[in-house]
Design a protein around this ligand. Structure first.
Ligand code: GDP
Ligand code: MG
Length: 365
């Protein structure tokens, strides 16, 4: 009799265990999925960047994404080839998406005077004081303009709220054990960077005047002297000029809706009318820095000090030993750029400290 009952009960118990665990598994998967923010890693690149890119993907997956499986969007001005897509999709633990950039977003505007552009390129190439990088590259200029004002409108990126820009060849030197996108959202941060430095002045001789004029034309000039935003990070009040500080945009993580905001786009479009991307060689880094530092209020921009990050020739390495131990950092603090001459990171920290004190004071009043 007992054996009969156990013969009946045993399969039922097995079935129940199976059912309970499969539900638990589905629940966990569901939970994991629900907890993911609406974010993606994002890389602009060419087919020829494949092998540097694969190294970077393997590194970002090992240091961060293998825990979260975020999507990764790849954009190109030419179609990606099949081998590129196969190798890259296989290396990404989330979904890899490949997009083509339209000619409208990646071409020299018709308002550009080609003769003047070429003359200026010639001058830059023959500068006795030295040639700046990409002095005569049209594709680099298209790239800078695209990253300054168009990437956020690409149809694939329109589906996301947050992005993390990654370039082929860059490297994370420490584990990121937490969901960095969630960190941004929980702390209401709209823009995070690691390295900040001085721009080559010869690439942007008229940028700041154009920026001031654009703000003026848009009736937004008060932003430049506001004490609530990060304008002190870029604006040298002593000589009313740009101090050349910019966030190095090969690492940036942020809120796409900030880049899609009216304020951002009004200023970008106004600046774009000067065609300085082509007559000079305005980089996307100073453009983004000028706009974000004036439209974002403290504490919406953050320097991510605990991230070990390298893009040739510069490195940010967390100075704090405990952080390096906890996150298995592989970088040498002697090579850290924070307090080097070309760096603006220390200056950003100073401005943030001022803003913090000011905020405390105004909260007391
Ligand atoms: N699709 C495409 N991507 C480009 C082109 N030029 C640069 N990029 C990408 O734009 C980013 C910046 O270019 P990079 O050469 O690294 O510039 P640098 O870091 O300023 O020296 C990288 O992600 C490149 O892969 C181009 O002509 N086409
Ligand atoms: Mg680069």
């Amino acid at each position: 009799m007992l054996t009969n009952i156990s013969n009946i009960l045993f399969p039922i118990i097995l079935l129940w265990i199976n059912f309970a665990f499969s539900h638990k598994f589905i629940d966990e998967q569901q939970q994991h999925h629900n907890q993911l923010t609406n974010s993606t890693l994002y890389t602009l690149c060419r087919n020829s960047d494949l092998y540097e890119l694969l190294d970077t993907i393997v590194n970002y997956e090992a240091r961060f994404n293998h825990k979260f499986h975020y999507d990764w969007v790849f954009l190109n001005d030419l179609p990606f080839d099949e081998e590129f897509k196969l190798l890259v999709s296989n290396a990404v633990s989330g979904t890899a998406k490949f997009g083509l950039i339209s000619e409208e977003m990646w071409s020299i505007p018709q308002t550009v005077d080609f003769k003047l552009m070429h003359e200026n390129m010639e001058k830059a190439l023959n500068d006795p004081e030295g040639v700046y990088p990409y002095a005569d590259s049209k594709s680099y200029r298209n790239m800078c303009r695209f990253e300054s004002g168009f990437f956020q409108w690409h149809e694939i990126l329109l589906d996301y709220d947050y992005f993390w820009r990654v370039e082929p060849g860059v490297k994370l030197h420490c584990d990121i054990n937490y969901d960095i996108f969630k960190y941004l959202i929980d702390n209401e941060i709209d823009y995070g960077f690691t390295i900040s430095m001085l721009e080559y002045p010869k690439t942007i001789p008229s940028l700041f005047q154009s920026f001031i004029q654009s703000l003026d034309d848009l009736k937004m000039s008060t932003l430049l002297t506001s004490t609530e935003n990060y304008s002190k990070f870029i604006f040298n009040m002593d000589n009313s000029d740009y101090n050349l500080c910019h966030f190095w945009t090969n690492f940036e993580i942020g809120n796409l809706n900030t880049f899609r905001s009216d304020e951002y786009n009004l200023i970008f479009k106004e600046l774009d009318k000067y065609n300085g991307f082509y007559y000079e060689r305005w980089g996307d880094a100073p453009i983004r820095t000028l706009i974000l530092s004036t439209i974002l209020k403290y504490p919406k921009i953050q320097r991510l000090k605990n991230i070990g990050y390298e893009h040739a020739q510069y490195l940010q390495c967390p100075l704090d030993l405990e952080t390096r131990v906890q996150n298995r950092c592989s970088c040498d603090i002697d090579l850290d750029i924070t307090y080097e001459y070309v760096s603006c990171s220390w200056f950003f920290d100073e401005i943030v400290e001022e803003l913090k004190q000011q905020n405390k004071l105004s909260n007391l009043l």
